[in-house]
Design a protein around this ligand. Structure first.
Ligand code: PLP
Length: 286
């Protein structure tokens, strides 16, 4: 990565410095968005911008960000870094107080905005064909789960726990074992022509791709129900599951806690194709 945009200035990455008192560094007091870059353009930019705005409102960040300007920055950064297919990160912190202060934010700080764009070859092809193995970890993201917060220690540790148990992704659960979402993804279960995903009210990030899959399902006559299930609520040998995220797209789950899941390749292909179509429409529409 040669360049970044820091506070709306395109600068070489070595020159991009954020002060040590910045609240993003001190407290993880920030929000972010990760987008896919396709053909040098950010996918579903409008949807990600809306979620960023939601995070700013909940967190009380006082930035005025022009969506067109930010989209232009994103595209010129992708060009400067020669990224055709990759990943874009929009990161906003509450800003830098003059003194370290305590956890209570002082009013009127100017937020710090960092944009990065890097080449990312998605996940190895095999992951899509073989599916991803998951491990449940009792560690929900809590009351403010709808905010894509930079305070990621919970999900990083949950993911490490899953990895140490030999799985590739953690499925975060409530204390009662109800499955909410992945550490960096949303989860759908499939039983016949029914998809089941946890409701937003259970404490999940309302994923951009989760929304797209819900819309796609309607067009394919697949019903969607909103429930945070326990693994025991389903006969996993008869159910399938998928993970979704902006960078991952949609990917089948191979197993959960060592229990193998069913595969429905035809439905997976349909969902994948339609999602790719929506991605293409999104970059060609503006
Ligand atoms: N849930 C969590 C906790 C995430 O971190 C992510 C993405 O990083 C998702 C869900 C998927 O969201 P999206 O489809 O908007 O990428």
């Amino acid at each position: 990565m040669a360049f970044v945009y820091l506070n709306s200035r395109l600068i070489p990455v070595e020159a991009a410095l954020v002060p040590v008192f910045d609240r993003g560094f001190a407290y993880g007091d920030g929000i972010f968005e990760t987008l896919k870059i396709k053909d040098g353009r950010p996918v579903f930019f409008g949807e990600h911008f809306e979620r960023l705005k939601h995070g700013m409102e909940v967190a009380g960040f006082k930035a005025r960000i022009d969506p067109e300007g930010l989209k232009n920055q994103s595209e010129s950064l992708a060009a400067a870094n020669e990224v055709r297919d990759g990943r874009l990160r929009l990161q906003l912190t509450r800003g830098t107080p003059p003194e370290p202060g305590g956890p209570d934010p002082s009013p009127g700080l100017a937020p710090t905005l960092l944009v990065t764009a890097e080449q990312f070859a998605s996940y190895p092809d095999g992951g899509y064909r073989k599916g991803i193995s998951c491990r449940t970890v009792p560690a929900g993201r809590g009351r403010y789960a709808s905010v894509k917060s930079s305070s990621l220690l919970t999900t990083i540790l949950a993911r490490q726990e899953a990895r140490m148990a030999g799985a590739e992704e953690a499925i975060l659960t409530t204390g009662h074992g109800r499955m909410l979402e992945g550490s960096i993804s949303n989860v759908f279960f499939q039983v016949g022509r029914l998809l089941i995903t946890a409701p937003e009210s259970a404490g999940i990030l309302p994923g951009i791709v989760r929304e797209k899959i819900i819309d796609i399902a309607a067009g394919l006559d697949i019903r969607v129900e909103y429930q945070a299930l326990k693994p025991d609520d389903l006969d996993l040998t008869k159910a399938g599951a998928y993970l979704t995220s902006s960078v991952l797209g949609i990917c089948p789950v191979k197993e959960i806690d060592g229990q193998r899941l069913k595969r429905d390749n035809a439905t997976f292909e349909q969902l994948t194709k339609r999602l790719a179509r929506l991605e293409a429409e999104s970059i060609n529409s503006a």
